[in-house]
Design a protein around this ligand. Structure first.
Ligand SMILES: Cc1ncc(COP(=O)(O)O)c(C=O)c1O
Length: 440
């Protein structure tokens, strides 16, 4: 049993499973673009006493007594987050990225209003208007896509759709898009029709934080994100603005007053959409934000870009078809049709070798979302483990061996052992391993 978890554990059934999951994470190569490994102090904050506290409301304006320390924690998280992105306002309470987007819609739109987002099948996210999601059920969703020839966002199509349909909000940001965004152009389109722009930076937030990608805050009215991807914090959501503004559609608060967007967004999160905030998670967000403000994290973000570049190059050299030909950020989307493989088959086969990634639709995919023609590959998690650009070829070689021997369980078993050996040089939570050795 691992020491970090054994101090207070009595429910061995659950903690045995948690330890089993720790071993899985330790042994494998984690390439899911939306995952990462938080620091131990982030996890410790998450598993701490603020979970006991009800704190509906905001710092200084709570509906419960005894919130004076919680207020300090939440204020610290807000101030650190504002500093990271040079923002003037932030809300750290959304329980997840989807909740953050829900709150933005609730604050800015009325049911039935038109929204324009990147098509899910082209790399967009469920919450940007998918019919399966609240965003597609409560609002009239329109979509733009990527160009077939280049795999990059079709801004002309975006502009033409916006001019014709006049959506109230244009959403930029994606779950599976490897290129940077032209926020300036999107804002110009939005201004020409009086629309708002929401940038959902859930994926590349950590790279934006360090100025390694275009700055959405300069042009987008509202910015939402998750905290658990490149930001390397606990699972959660955030909403931010660099400049507050008067809401343009006359949306009123529950008392019938027209209020600035920051007030409407706060009201949309609580009481609009959530009850008590998860203050233990907010404490963990504050810890992660403190880490992001360090030079160590700056080096981490730079290394993500270097690793993604090196990995993309290694895939291309082995004949893999990368959508858009490469990457500007932390991920790449690979069309496997020239390898006669589906995304589903690739994911399942790589799983056997303990290389974890996800199947993903590629633009203009002819297969269902349950099968897909592609895979999405991301480097934030392996970069946290300490892998550098010179290791990317080794990983691509292992992936290629598995995929070209998809029916050969013996060969895949050999790669699995190689994966375990390889990852021993990049310990996950080395602090724990020292304690384990001492205890043995
Ligand atoms: C662009 C984007 N927005 C929002 C979300 C939703 O985040 P969560 O899973 O925390 O609800 C994701 C998650 O993958 C995402 O990629």
């Amino acid at each position: 049993m691992l020491p970090y978890f054994c101090a207070m554990q009595k429910d061995t059934q659950v903690f045995d499973l948690i330890n089993k999951e720790l071993e899985r994470q330790r042994n494998g190569i984690e390439l899911i673009a939306s995952e990462n490994f938080t620091s131990l102090q982030v996890m410790q904050a998450m598993g701490s006493v603020p979970t006991n506290k009800y704190a509906e409301g905001y710092p200084g304006k709570r509906f419960y007594g005894g919130c004076e320390v919680i207020d300090e924690i939440e204020t610290l998280a807000i101030e650190r987050l504002k500093k990271i992105f040079n923002a003037s306002w932030a809300n750290v309470q959304p329980h997840s990225g989807a909740q953050a987007n829900t709150a933005v819609f609730l604050a800015c739109l009325k049911p039935g209003d038109k929204i324009l987002g990147l098509d899910l099948s082209m790399g967009g996210h469920l919450t940007h208007g998918s019919p399966a999601n609240f965003s597609g059920k409560n609002y009239q969703a329109l979509f733009y896509g990527v160009k077939k020839e280049t795999g990059t966002v079709d801004y002309d199509h975006l502009e033409a759709t916006a001019q014709k349909e006049k959506p109230k909000m244009i959403i930029c940001g994606a779950s599976a898009y490897s290129r940077d965004w032209d926020y300036k152009r999107i804002r110009e389109v939005a201004d020409s029709i009086g629309a708002l722009v929401l940038a959902d930076i859930a994926h590349p937030a950590g790279l934006i934080a360090k100025g390694l990608l275009n700055d959405p805050f300069e042009y987008c009215h509202i910015v939402s994100s998750t905290t658990h991807k490149t930001l390397r914090g606990p699972r959660g959501g955030i909403i931010m603005m660099r400049n507050d503004f008067d809401n343009p559609f006359g949306v009123k608060d529950p008392k019938g007053n027209i209020r600035p967007m920051s007030a409407l967004l706060d009201l949309a999160v609580f009481p609009g959409m959530q009850g008590g905030p998860l203050e233990h998670v907010i404490a963990a967000k504050a810890v992660a934000f403190g880490e992001i403000l360090t030079d160590d994290y700056t080096r981490y973000a730079q290394q993500i870009i270097q690793n993604a570049q090196a990995m993309a190059k290694a895939f291309v050299s082995k004949g893999y078809d990368l959508i858009s030909g490469g990457t500007d950020n932390h991920l790449m989307l690979i069309d496997l049709r020239n390898k006669n493989l589906t995304g589903k088959k690739a994911q399942e086969t790589l799983d056997k070798a303990h290389i974890t990634l996800n199947k993903n639709a590629v633009p203009f995919d002819d297969k269902s979302p349950f099968i897909t023609s592609g895979i999405r590959v991301g480097v934030p998690a392996i970069t946290t483990r300490g892998l550098k650009q010179e290791h990317m070829q080794t990983i691509v070689d292992m992936i290629d061996t598995v995929l070209t021997n998809a029916g050969d369980d013996q060969k895949i078993g050999v790669v699995k052992n190689d994966v375990h050996e390889f990852m021993k040089d990049f310990p996950l939570y080395p602090e724990l391993e020292v304690k384990e050795t001492a205890m043995a």
